[in-house]
Write a protein that binds this ligand. Structure first.
Ligand code: NAD
Length: 364
């Protein structure tokens, strides 16, 4: 059976890395009907939108999409197409695995952490009031009266909604992911000692959901303590579940622990669909040079294979990636100690080496 998948090549380096990914995951033998949907800068002039409705319709129909990064045009008034996509499809769970690969220059060698970030609530909900704008002083007056707390007249206000519904579905997602992927520990991350109602609610919901999963260990950490522990003993963590803002920051921290953006895959998942994308952006400076690292996007393809239930194919891709990186021969410039190392290969050549490794049946 072939899978129907929406394919968004992306802007900048997007078409290069997503094209490389496509070739690698097709080489697993799994068949795909790619529904190619251009989006982003490529269509803005022609269609007047970064994410035209046909793209959303295609993802809704297929249930799964995979995309290259999209550029957010500066000075056009357009907000990020990536955020718009997540909002339009209610892709509430942002999944970002970070794993150490031997051969990557990094201070850490045994990191294997999956960050599950809530994608729709928290300070990123977009409920903001600009300093001195119409209505802001009423909001300030209301909050002063309701809370009894002083708020300065020259304040801007951002609201942090955290709901039972939003918290429950993200924590349940983290536990279900742990169960399906043989993970042993889920850690809820919060600042409930200070934000007793919002983060306190997130923690309370997490503790309740955890009771439904007695086979998976559960604990919680305050986000500042977790940050310190992540850089001293990251090997103690497995699956982290976090509200939006902490999730954003901690997932980048995790990417840093394992060697940076060139290796960080991601997925945005909801009830009605899922869109997989690397964490990095469109790196416009490198467009068309066949130079950048395809690993993050290829690992994103493996993440999609897992989502489709193709665990064996996903493992073959991840194993071949690990082997090519460990050998350190057919890798892009960013794996080399010297960025101008002439032995570095191009984007497509690294993908070729990964395909060859898969076909030779070697596993890491
Ligand atoms: P970026 O991730 O594109 O680049 C940051 C740095 O990482 C640059 O030095 C770049 O050269 C390097 N880099 C990125 N990917 C790489 C790879 N695969 N191999 C080697 N090096 C790599 O971030 P930016 O410069 O802040 O953003 C550029 C554009 O991308 C912006 O328009 C931004 O809005 C967009 N963006 C999109 C997404 C997305 O589509 N999900 C995510 C982040 C940024």
């Amino acid at each position: 059976m072939a899978y129907d998948v929406t394919f968004i090549p992306g802007d900048g380096i997007g078409p290069e890395v997503s094209g490389a990914m496509r070739r690698v995951i097709e080489a697993t033998g799994i068949e795909f009907n790619w529904d190619v949907q251009e989006a982003g800068e490529a269509v803005l002039e022609r269609e007047g939108e970064l994410i035209p409705d046909r793209v959303l319709d295609s993802i809704r129909k297929n249930g799964v999409g995979i995309k290259g990064p999209l550029t957010t045009p500066v000075g056009t008034g357009f907000r990020s197409a990536n955020v718009a996509l997540r909002k339009a499809l209610d892709l509430y769970a942002n999944l970002r695995p970070s794993k150490s690969y031997p051969g990557v220059r990094s201070r850490y060698t045994s990191v294997d952490i999956v960050v599950v970030r809530e994608n729709t609530e928290d300070l990123y909900a977009g409920v903001e009031f600009e300093k001195d704008a119409e209505g802001t002083s009423e909001v300030i007056d209301f909050l002063r009266n309701a809370s009894g707390q002083p708020i300065r007249d020259d304040s801007a206000i951002s609201i942090k909604p955290i709901s039972v519904t939003g918290s429950e579905r993200i924590v349940r997602f983290a536990f279900e992911y742990a169960k399906a992927n043989n993970r042993k520990l889920v850690t809820a991350v919060h600042k409930a000692n200070i934000m007793k109602f919002s983060d306190g609610l997130f923690l309370e919901v997490a503790q309740n959901v955890a009771k439904d999963y007695p086979d998976i260990e559960f604990n919680d950490r305050i986000v500042d303590n977790l940050s310190m522990q992540m850089v001293s003993r990251p090997e103690e963590y497995d699956v982290l579940v976090l509200p939006n803002l902490y999730g954003d920051i901690i997932s980048d921290l995790c990417a840093g622990l394992v060697g940076g953006l060139g290796l960080a895959p991601g997925g945005n998942i909801g009830e009605n669909g899922a869109v997989f994308e690397p964490v990095h952006g469109s790196a416009p400076r490198y467009t068309g040079q066949n130079r950048v690292n395809p690993t993050a996007t290829i690992l994103t393809g493996a993440l999609m294979l897992r989502h489709l239930g193709e665990q064996d194919a996903a493992e073959r891709v991840e194993g071949a990636v690990a082997e090519v990186i460990r050998e350190g021969k057919d890798v892009t410039y960013d794996f080399k100690p010297d960025r101008n190392d002439p032995s570095a290969v191009g984007t497509q050549e690294m993908a070729d080496a990964i395909i060859k490794k898969m076909q030779s049946g070697k596993r890491s």
